[in-house]
Design a binder for this molecule. Structure first.
Ligand code: MN
Length: 254
C-alpha cells in the first residue's frame, strides 16, 4: 500500500511538472503590437554552447573609458556585478529545468508565464544580464561624438537637435528614483522615444509599462558611477556622452 501510494505520488508530481512545462509557451519578442526582427544582439552574447548563460568578454580594457568611467568601476561593474547576475540567473534556471535552453530574450518577453518560484530571479538577474551585455556594447572608447545617418534623421525628427535629445535623456536619467535604466527605444516604425525602467527591468519585458527595442541604454544604478562621481549622477550622465558608441547605436537602430 505504502509503495503504491508513494508511486502514485511520484507519478502525480511527474505529470504536474510536465503539465507545467507544457503550459509555458514562450512567444517571440513582440513590441508595439507587431513581432519585429529581434534586438540585434545574438544569443551567443548571452549564453555558451552548453546552453548555460555566460559573461561574454568585455570588448575593451577596463581602463579604456578613462577618464570618463574609471577602470576600477569598470572592473567591479563587469567582473562582480554583471558576473553576479549571470551566476544567479543560472542558479535560478537550475531550479526550473524546463526553462533550460530558452533564449534570454524569449524568457524576458514572457516573465508572466514563468513558474512563480523562478519569475523574480529571471526578471532581476536575467534583466541584469541582458541590460549589462547591451550596455557594454553601446559604450566604448574613442567613440564617435554624434549619431549619423538614418538614426540622426530620426533623432532630429523627434527632438529637433542632438543637444535637445541629450538634455531630455539626462533629465529622464536624473528622474529615476533609486536604481534603474534610461533608454532610447524604437518602435517597429522606427519612431524613437526616451523611457526609464526600474531596477533591472527593460522594455523587452512583457511586464514593462513601456515597450520597445532598445538602441541606447544607460545604467543609472549608483554602482555604475559611485567610485568616481560619488552621489553626483548628473556628472556621470554628462561624462557618459564621451563614451557612447554612436556607430553601434546606429547599427542597432537599423
Ligand atoms: Mn550595473
Amino acid at each position: 500500500m505504502k509503495t503504491q501510494s508513494s508511486h502514485s505520488r511520484r507519478n502525480f508530481i511527474k505529470t504536474s511538472a510536465l503539465a507545467a512545462a507544457g503550459a509555458i509557451n514562450l512567444v517571440a519578442l513582440d513590441w508595439n503590437g507587431a513581432v519585429a526582427a529581434g534586438t540585434g544582439l545574438r544569443e551567443s552574447n548571452f549564453s555558451g554552447d552548453d546552453g548555460a548563460f555566460k559573461l561574454a568578454a568585455l570588448p575593451y580594457a577596463y581602463n579604456a573609458l578613462e577618464p570618463f568611467i574609471d577602470a576600477k568601476t569598470m572592473e567591479v561593474h563587469y567582473s562582480k556585478h554583471h558576473q553576479g547576475y549571470v551566476d544567479k540567473l543560472n542558479a535560478a534556471i537550475e531550479k526550473s529545468p524546463e526553462l533550460k535552453g530558452r533564449s534570454l530574450e524569449a524568457l524576458l518577453a514572457n516573465i508572466e508565464q514563468l513558474p512563480e518560484g523562478t519569475r523574480n530571479a529571471v526578471r532581476n538577474q536575467g534583466g541584469g544580464h541582458w541590460n549589462h551585455t547591451f550596455f557594454w556594447q553601446v559604450i566604448g572608447p574613442k567613440a564617435e561624438q554624434q549619431p549619423s545617418g538614418k538614426l540622426k534623421d530620426a533623432m532630429i525628427a523627434k527632438w529637433e537637435s542632438f543637444d535637445k535629445f541629450k538634455e531630455e535623456f539626462s533629465k529622464a536619467g536624473m528622474g529615476v528614483f533609486g536604481s534603474g535604466w534610461v533608454w532610447m527605444v524604437t518602435d517597429n516604425n522606427g519612431k524613437l522615444s526616451i523611457v526609464t525602467t526600474p531596477n533591472q527591468d527593460n522594455t523587452l519585458m512583457d511586464i514593462s509599462k513601456d515597450k520597445g527595442k532598445p538602441v541606447l541604454g544607460i545604467d543609472v544604478w549608483e554602482h555604475a558611477y559611485y567610485l568616481k562621481h560619488q552621489n553626483k549622477r548628473a556628472d556621470y550622465l554628462a561624462d557618459i556622452w564621451n563614451v557612447v558608441n554612436w556607430k553601434k547605436v546606429a547599427e542597432l537602430y537599423g
